[in-house]
Ligand binder design. Structure first.
Ligand code: PLP
Length: 400
């Protein structure tokens, strides 16, 4: 018998080798208790959280929690159905209203995850005979959406404006074109030059989708993302986002001004053929989104945190993903997986949790320690974090 697991042998060996070196499993951490958006108990010890994408710290907001509890009491634990059958409750409509207001757009469609939002919108909009032009460092959900839709997929070098235009020029006259970009790329924490890229996409007659998963709530004067910040949100056909980062719960969405947008509710398979979000989740999301409309102070504090951490790590000799802080993600480059895992473990022993990222999720075979800051991290916590990095970096031999 051909064992279908054989294809995973290289991954099995890599993992066994890593664990044999005595390092703790970086992909098996358990949060035994969560005390706040920035502190949890892991392995029995208090740990500062610096790898949760909980950018705005909404998970413990008292209004958000109350809304969830109330919905749980009033509507039960789940909908047990698709949005197009028995799975649309008043809460689903309310969260879509909140999104329309948040983005000042005409249409909003909520999915069960951000992954499904990309899968659904991309595969439904770009099918056989159409072309998708996308950044090579796009999130897995974008690639999977491309695969599912069966369009011609044309990747270009990360954030390379000229390469993008070259690809667009080669597409046959009259073919349907979708350009897919992200506001913030989550591996290195860098932003896209959306103003130029969207201008070029439009010049070539393409529709544009921007995934603002890592910028919603934080970047832009109203927290609408990088497209808002660069003044081109009105040219974006589809904004994709998630509730699993700044919003602080789970779920995904697409907002749009396209007049025919609503038909997607009937033709988009990852929307139709899955159960809708539980009432408590949509209630927490709606409350959180409404609060994010007025979160200017939190946004300003998060920028301060990002700048302080970036400078603190750079000054101590760490190699970072960007020269300047561009988002709430600060990526620290590791020489290889072994030393990356050793540094990750040394940080955990210090009482700090960050994400260890490795290929194939990372670009160019990099091993990264990805730090995502939260608006609820205090200035003191950020200083503590810098001290932890310095000590762990010396133990793991990353800095001198
Ligand atoms: C850019 C991007 N898009 C989409 C997603 C998927 O979001 P969700 O966690 O809601 O499935 C993620 C999640 O990591 C992401 O980073």
């Amino acid at each position: 018998m051909n064992d279908l697991f054989d294809k995973f042998q290289p991954m099995i060996d890599l993992r066994a080798g890593l664990l044999a070196s005595g390092v703790e499993d970086p992909f098996g951490l358990v949060m035994e208790r969560v005390i706040s958006p920035t502190v949890a108990i892991c392995n029995g010890r208090e740990t500062i959280l610096l790898g949760t994408y909980n950018y705005m710290g909404m998970t413990f907001d008292p209004d958000v929690i109350d809304a969830g509890k109330e919905a749980l009491d009033d509507f039960g634990s789940g909908t047990t159905g698709s949005r197009v059958l028995n799975g649309t409750y008043i809460g689903h409509k309310q969260v879509e209203e909140a999104l329309k207001e948040f983005y000042a757009m005409n249409h909003a469609m909520v999915f069960s995850t951000g992954y499904q939002a990309n899968l659904g919108i991309i595969s439904t909009m770009a099918g056989k005979g159409d072309y998708i032009v996308l950044d090579i460092d796009s999130h897995a959900s974008i690639w999977d959406g491309c695969k599912m839709g069966d369009a011609e997929v044309v990747p270009f070098k990360h954030n390379d404006i000229e390469a993008m235009e070259k690809r667009l020029k080669r597409i046959p006259e009259g073919a349907g074109k979708l350009v897919v970009l992200e506001g913030v790329y989550s591996m290195l924490g860098d932003i896209a030059p959306l103003e130029q890229m969207i201008g070029i996409a439009k010049k070539h007659g393409a529709m544009v989708l921007v995934d603002e998963a890592h910028s919603m709530g934080f970047i832009g004067p109203n927290g609408r993302g990088v497209a808002e910040d660069q003044g081109v949100l009105d040219q974006v056909d589809f904004v994709i986002g998630t509730f699993s980062k700044s919003v602080g719960t789970v779920g995904g969405f697409c907002v749009s001004n396209h007049p025919k947008f609503e038909i997607l509710r009937l033709v988009c398979r990852p929307y139709v053929f899955t159960a809708s979000l539980p009432p408590s989740v949509v209630a927490t999301a709606a409350t959180s989104i409404r609060k994010l409309m007025h979160a200017g102070n939190k946004r300003a504090h998060l920028w301060e945190n990002s700048k302080t951490l970036h400078k603190g790590l750079k000054d101590r000799g760490f190699q970072l993903g960007t020269d300047e802080p561009q988002s709430a993600i600060i990526s620290v480059m590791m020489p290889d997986l072994e030393r990356g895992a050793a540094m990750w473990e040394a940080l955990l022993k210090e009482g700090l949790y960050v994400n260890l990222a490795r290929p194939p999720a990372t670009p160019a075979n990099m091993t990264l320690l990805r730090c995502s800051l939260c608006a609820e991290h205090s200035a003191e916590q950020v200083q503590t974090i810098i001290g932890m990095f310095e000590r762990a970096g010396k133990v793991a031999g990353i800095i001198g």
